[in-house]
Design a protein around this ligand. Structure first.
Ligand code: ZN
Length: 482
């Protein structure tokens, strides 16, 4: 049965789609767009009218079949860029006279999901087919289990301290300490870097056609690179390609990756060219309050946030009032951190660009709603302002803007390092966090690093006690001061 069906598909795939354009169909596929993310591919059909679709997989070889009832094709599947997706080939054919069959040849196991979207101001009717890769992480370089465990212990200790404070106990006496006898974990501080929009959501578009989703991804890349080059910090890119991630999903990924801080990079827009300047947003008080209520109402969240990440700190026996108090304390502390870091970031951004508003603004943006991860949204400039649109595309401006963002974040964590972090260890051992440190990235050479920092190769070898040129990725070098 399967073999027979396959033969039929192969035959009909040869038929030119143009042959049937003359007949009257309920809908037409006007375009097909593909987005490749680390954990899924998304195929979007732009349609002239809604269609009824049936989607199923076939094995040996692995294929996904998408049948669109009473639909014709007016788009060339060969023009789709399949790079980085699970799809190795797209074929189409006509079935039962007027149905369209699309067959995707797959290079891995997928779990398909599909849904229809009705028209919005950007697109008409769409059919979205998501191919999810079972067991794949949403990020390129996920946190490793040991790192994750260290973070969980640290978070549990912090929760215990908060509970003790809420109950009026002495936190020093009651809180379980991160075991002193063990070697200090010297963990990295994890910064979640979120490039706004992506995929079928381009964000705002400038007068010269610059798309927000592109420039914010470029800036996010620069920021992540800066973070990864700095000893004691590590970046997690929430999105690192041209694909869309839901807003809630972005905060979930940050939580999964045990981020210490979350920053979302955007570019502002207005319907006139005049407004300009950069802005920094933290969550609004009302946003925080309503989110707290929502978390309290959802038992899943409750066990995740209040129950203690490893189950060692259960609040099940504590009353509802205490839960509310605890969550309020957490949310308030998080918001305070966001505002402090936001101030430090805004200060530095003010040296790079005009500020749209002279203070950290507050709004109910969904990506800022993590109850326990300080979060900021940075509007790097107005893409609708021709001058700032030009600057947003400029590599030098992007670099200065991201360096301002990281400068503020870094200053905060140097003053308030999480207990298990390298920065805390440095502080406790009277060692200034050396700003003249560089962590080796893939592709680096010793001579390249030397010239990048304006020092000689000999000096660089000497202070790092290196005899040859062999370096490894992740190794931290001291950069001699010039
Ligand atoms: Zn935006």
């Amino acid at each position: 049965m399967r073999a027979a069906l396959w033969k039929w598909v192969a035959l009909t795939a040869l038929a030119a789609p143009g042959l049937f354009v003359a007949s009257v169909h309920a809908s037409t596929v006007e375009n097909m767009r593909l987005w490749a993310a680390p954990d899924h591919s998304r195929l979007v059909f732009d349609l002239s009218a809604p269609v009824s679709a049936s989607v199923f997989t076939l094995d040996n070889p692995s294929r996904l079949v998408i049948d669109l009832a009473d639909t014709q094709l007016d788009s060339d599947p060969a023009s789709i860029d399949l790079d980085g997706s699970a799809i190795s080939e797209v074929r189409t054919g006509v079935r039962e006279g007027d149905d369209l069959r699309v067959v995707l040849e797959l290079d891995r196991a997928v779990e398909p999901r599909h849904f229809a979207l009705s028209p919005n101001d950007q697109y008409g009717d769409r059919l979205v087919v998501d191919l999810e890769y079972p067991g794949e992480s949403a990020v390129e370089d996920p946190i490793d289990p040991i790192e994750s465990m260290i973070r969980e212990q640290e978070i549990a200790a912090e929760r215990a301290r908060t509970v003790a404070v809420a109950e009026g106990l002495d936190p020093v006496e009651t809180a379980p300490t991160v075991t002193e006898a063990q070697p200090h974990p010297k963990r990295d501080i994890i910064i979640a870097v979120d490039a706004g929009h992506g995929g079928e959501d381009p964000g705002a578009t400038g007068p010269s056609g610059t798309r927000e989703k592109d420039v914010v991804l470029e800036m996010a890349d620069r920021l992540a690179r800066m973070i990864n080059q700095t000893a004691g910090f590590r970046a997690v890119m929430i999105r690192d390609g041209d694909y869309y991630i839901g807003l809630r999903q972005r905060t979930l990924i940050a939580r999964e990756q045990k981020a210490d801080f979350f920053v979302s990079i955007h570019a502002d827009a207005f319907n006139s060219p005049r407004p300009h300047g950069s802005s920094v947003f933290a969550l609004s008080q009302s946003g925080a309050t309503s989110e707290t209520a929502k978390w309290l109402a959802t038992s899943e969240n409750r066990s995740d946030l209040i129950g203690g990440v490893d189950g060692s700190l259960s609040l099940d026996d504590k009353d509802q009032v205490l839960r509310g108090v605890l969550l309020d304390l957490t949310m308030t502390a998080t918001l305070n951190d966001s505002l402090t870091i936001g101030g430090a970031v805004l200060d530095r951004i003010g040296r790079v660009n005009d500020l749209h508003k002279p203070r950290v603004e507050q709004a109910g943006f969904v990506v800022l709603k993590s109850p326990d991860i300080p979060s900021l949204l940075v509007e790097t400039g107005f893409i609708s302002n021709p001058d700032e649109e030009r600057r947003l595309r400029d590599g030098g401006y992007q670099e200065r803007m991201m360096s301002a963002v990281f400068g503020g974040v870094r200053a905060h964590f140097e003053q308030n390092p999480p207990p298990a972090s390298l920065l805390a260890w440095n502080r406790d051992h009277g060692r200034e966090t050396d700003s003249n440190e560089y962590r080796i990235q893939p592709g680096d050479t010793l001579s390249g690093i030397a010239s990048q920092h304006g020092v000689s190769l000999g000096q660089l070898r000497q202070v790092n006690e290196l005899s040859g040129d062999v370096i490894r990725v992740g190794q931290v070098l001291r950069i001699p001061s010039t």
